[in-house]
Write a protein that binds this ligand. Structure first.
Ligand SMILES: CC(C)(COP(=O)(O)OP(=O)(O)OC[C@H]1O[C@@H](n2cnc3c(N)ncnc32)[C@H](O)[C@@H]1OP(=O)(O)O)[C@@H](O)C(=O)NCCC(=O)NCCS
Length: 146
C-alpha cells in the first residue's frame, strides 16, 4: 500500500512543474509565486513522499475559494484528487464555510469530482478562459458546509 499524505506547503519549483504538466493553460510564474493573500493555504498530496499534486485555497470570512488543484498527470485517475479535496472539505466544514470554485465547462473529470464532493452549479462566466478554440465559459460551483 503506498503511503499517501496531505499537508500544508508553499509554492515551489516542484509544484510549479506539476502546474505546467497538468494544465493546458497554466498560471504564469509571476502569478504562481506571488505573495499569498490573507487566508491562503497551499496543500500538497504525496505518494511515498513524492509530491503528486497540490491545491490552493483562500478563506475569507465564511467563504473558501478553491483557486487551483492539480494532480501530476502520471498520478491522475488514482483517487488522489478526490483524496486531496476531501482534506480540504474537512477544513471547510471545520470553518462552517461555503465553498466556491470555477471550472472550465469542458473539464468533465474535474466537474465529476466536484459533483461527487457535493458541489452544484450556481453560475456561468461566459468566455472566461482562453481555449484552443478561442474562449471558453467557466462554470461556477458551490458547496455548502456540512
Ligand atoms: C481534476 C483533477 C484534479 C482530478 O484529480 P485525479 O486524481 O485525476 O482524480 P481522481 O482519480 O480522484 O478522480 C477522477 C474521477 O473522474 C472520473 N473521470 C475520469 N475521466 C472522466 C471524464 N472524461 N468524464 C467524467 N469523469 C471522469 C473518474 O472515473 C473518477 O471518478 P470516480 O472515482 O467516481 O470513478 C486532475 O485530473 C487534474 O489535475 N486535472 C488537470 C488540472 C485541472 O483540471 N484542475 C481542475 C481545475 S478546476
Amino acid at each position: 500500500m503506498p503511503k499517501i499524505d496531505v499537508y500544508h506547503t508553499q509554492p515551489s519549483a516542484a509544484l510549479f512543474d506539476i502546474e505546467h504538466k497538468a494544465h493546458a493553460y497554466p498560471w504564469s510564474e509571476v502569478v504562481f509565486f506571488q505573495p499569498s493573500g490573507p487566508g491562503t493555504l497551499w496543500w500538497a498530496v504525496s505518494v511515498d513522499d513524492r509530491i503528486a499534486g497540490f491545491a490552493n485555497t483562500q478563506l475569507i470570512a465564511d467563504e473558501v475559494t478553491l483557486h487551483n488543484i492539480a494532480i501530476d498527470p502520471s498520478y491522475q485517475g488514482q483517487g488522489l484528487g478526490q483524496h486531496l479535496l476531501q482534506h480540504i472539505l474537512n477544513y471547510v466544514d471545520e470553518h462552517q464555510a461555503l465553498m466556491f470554485l470555477e471550472v472550465r465547462e469542458s473539464n468533465a473529470t474535474a466537474i465529476h469530482v466536484y459533483q461527487r464532493a457535493g458541489f452544484s452549479l450556481v453560475g456561468r462566466r461566459p468566455h472566461y478562459y482562453a481555449s484552443d478554440s478561442g474562449r471558453e465559459d467557466a462554470l461556477v460551483m458551490r458547496r455548502e458546509s456540512k
